[in-house]
Write a protein that binds this ligand. Structure first.
Ligand code: ARG
Length: 236
């Protein structure tokens, strides 16, 4: 009898201390088609990807929506365990977090009003009113070029400012830019494109095991066709 109790007790203790079956995933649901709200529900490529990774890991995924520039601080203070947010694995971010193997390749593009004819590439942005999203790679690219910019908290806010002619151009990730262009025929893309950027999942530096688990889950999804299925669902 005592033995049985002891076994039960240790199982309970084990579950309490190690068995947390939840993985908290931080994102910023203002980045279609990767993550956005549809009727109040968070949907998109990254959301599906997170769920599939969770299935393989045998963990429940809990998505948390927050400001993009709050994601890395939230990871470091353990409010979330992973960031899946179309986040580019930049050298700068690699100083504070680890990144999984890349899962998507994108680049910065310039969104313009249809009638604009004088902006062809990034050099032509000189002296123009440029909109970027706070803390996005587009923000860093424009700052590095030495151009001032107006900073928005969400892509759609920048797009709205462009449409109402408050700014001349928006620098944004290609896939999200395309998403807005498809829905607004008064918008177009400039010819010039930025360098390729890899989207990857951010993980705390200390969580080496989690990094391996995530990488092997990504690999499995690529092998079993699930990954391709998601690409088709959102991008084709
Ligand atoms: N790829 C860009 C970056 O890493 C923008 C990502 C924005 N993602 C989002 N969920 N709002 O800075």
């Amino acid at each position: 009898m005592k033995k049985i109790l002891l076994v039960i007790l240790s199982v309970v203790l084990f579950t309490v201390s190690f068995g947390s079956n939840k993985v908290y995933v931080g994102t910023n649901a203002e980045f279609p088609p990767f993550e956005y709200l549809e009727k109040g529900e968070m949907v998109g490529f990254d959301v599906d990807l997170a769920k599939e990774i969770g299935k393989i890991m045998g963990k429940e995924i809990v998505m948390k929506d927050m400001a993009f520039d709050g994601l890395i601080p939230a990871l470091q203070t353990k409010k979330v365990d992973l960031i899946i947010a179309g986040m580019t694995a930049t050298e700068d971010r690699k100083k504070t977090v680890n990144f999984s193997d890349p899962y998507y390749s994108a680049n910065q593009v310039i969104v313009l009003n249809e009638e604009n004819t004088d902006i062809k590439g990034f050099e032509d942005l000189k002296g123009k009113k440029i909109g970027v999203m706070l803390g996005f790679t587009g923000d860093f690219v424009i700052t590095e070029m030495g151009y001032p910019s107006e900073k928005f908290n969400a892509a759609f806010a920048g797009i709205m400012a462009l449409q109402s002619k408050k700014i001349d151009a928006v620098v944004l990730d290609s896939e999200t830019a395309n998403n807005y262009i498809k829905k607004n025929d008064n918008l177009k893309l400039a010819e010039g494109k930025g360098e390729a950027e890899d989207y990857a999942i951010a993980i705390r530096k200390a969580d080496k095991e989690l990094l391996e688990e995530v990488n092997s889950a990504i690999e499995e999804l690529k092998e079993n066709g699930k990954f391709e299925e998601l690409l088709t669902k959102y991008f084709k």
